[in-house]
Design a protein around this ligand. Structure first.
Ligand code: 13P
Length: 279
């Protein structure tokens, strides 16, 4: 069944766990994530990011995400990731997404807050939730720059001004592949969480160790965005299987191999985020 981000993160808060937010850019991604979530009985977030429209249009994948989330046996939030365009936000909400991220992190504090507040007003008309971001998580060299970490006082002011449901913060993670081991600022997470009183979102989950995930969750992270390693595992496994296979490889073989290994990868992430592993 489809639930909002506010509802699903409320479940996470009650148990002091994090919910995996998995970007999907293909049918096998949705099947892997929902398959693993149903197998483990865990709530989950599936999200679409507009930059993936170079692989598949939101108009194509979005309705499939909504339909499959609706039929799932676990609570599923269907979320729009990193979007700074109000028209795209409205299209996602019209399609049935239950949550959106307005990303104004590249703007001034004032502009980001004003636009985020406008996004909250739009989403509330649909009964949907909003995530926003201050601080930055992208870097040229695969490591977080010192000057882009989220300031706790700014975070507190931002949440009060906007009325958002979750805040993406910068504390040492970056999107994509890391070139250096991530150095996460755990006390900063706790300080921000204590000040803002709403769930913190970690972006750039790929490449963070299981131990570091657990420390982030203990300090207040409740949503973990994860994509690159799932996609890389799927691709590498397919490459290996193609090389090992004698005779023809059919396209349906590729989708089945990818689904098999990606379900495993996502399932492991869910076990770590939900505290099932290491109990
Ligand atoms: P990774 O691709 O680094 O896991 O990050 C995903 C993400 O943060 C999407 O917003």
């Amino acid at each position: 069944m489809i639930v909002t981000l506010k509802t699903i993160l409320g479940l996470a808060d009650a148990k002091k766990i994090a919910i995996g937010a998995f970007n999907v850019a293909e049918l096998e991604g949705i099947q892997s994530v929902l398959g693993a979530a149903e197998e483990l009985g865990q709530p989950v977030i599936i999200q679409f990011v507009p930059i993936h429209e170079e692989y598949i249009k939101m108009e194509t994948l979005g309705p499939i995400m909504v339909m499959m989330a609706d039929k799932a046996a676990v609570p599923v939030c269907v979320h729009l990731d990193h979007c700074s365009d109000f028209d795209t936000i409205k299209r996602a909400l019209d399609m049935g997404f239950s949550s959106v991220m307005y990303d104004g992190s590249m703007l001034s504090f004032e502009e980001n807050a004003a636009n985020t507040k406008a996004a909250v007003e739009i989403a509330s008309g649909y009964g949907a939730s909003v995530e926003a971001e201050i601080g930055a998580m992208d870097s040229e060299d695969g490591a977080a720059a010192d000057n882009c970490y989220t300031e706790p006082d700014e975070a507190e002011k931002f949440v009060k001004l906007t009325g958002i449901d979750a805040l993406a913060c910068s504390f040492g993670t970056v999107h994509g592949l890391y070139k250096a081991e991530p150095k996460l600022d755990f006390p900063r997470i706790k300080e921000i969480r204590d000040k803002i009183g709403i769930p913190i979102v970690m972006h750039g989950g790929s490449g963070v160790s299981d131990e570091d995930f657990k420390k982030c969750i203990a300090n207040g992270v409740r949503k973990i965005n994860y994509y690159t390693y799932r996609a890389k595992k799927g691709g590498e496994y397919v490459k290996k299987k193609c090389m090992e296979t004698e005779g023809p490889v059919f396209f349906h073989d590729i989708t089945c191999w990818a689904r098999e290994v990606m379900t495993e990868d996502v399932g492991h992430a869910m076990e770590v985020f939900s505290g099932i592993s290491g109990k």
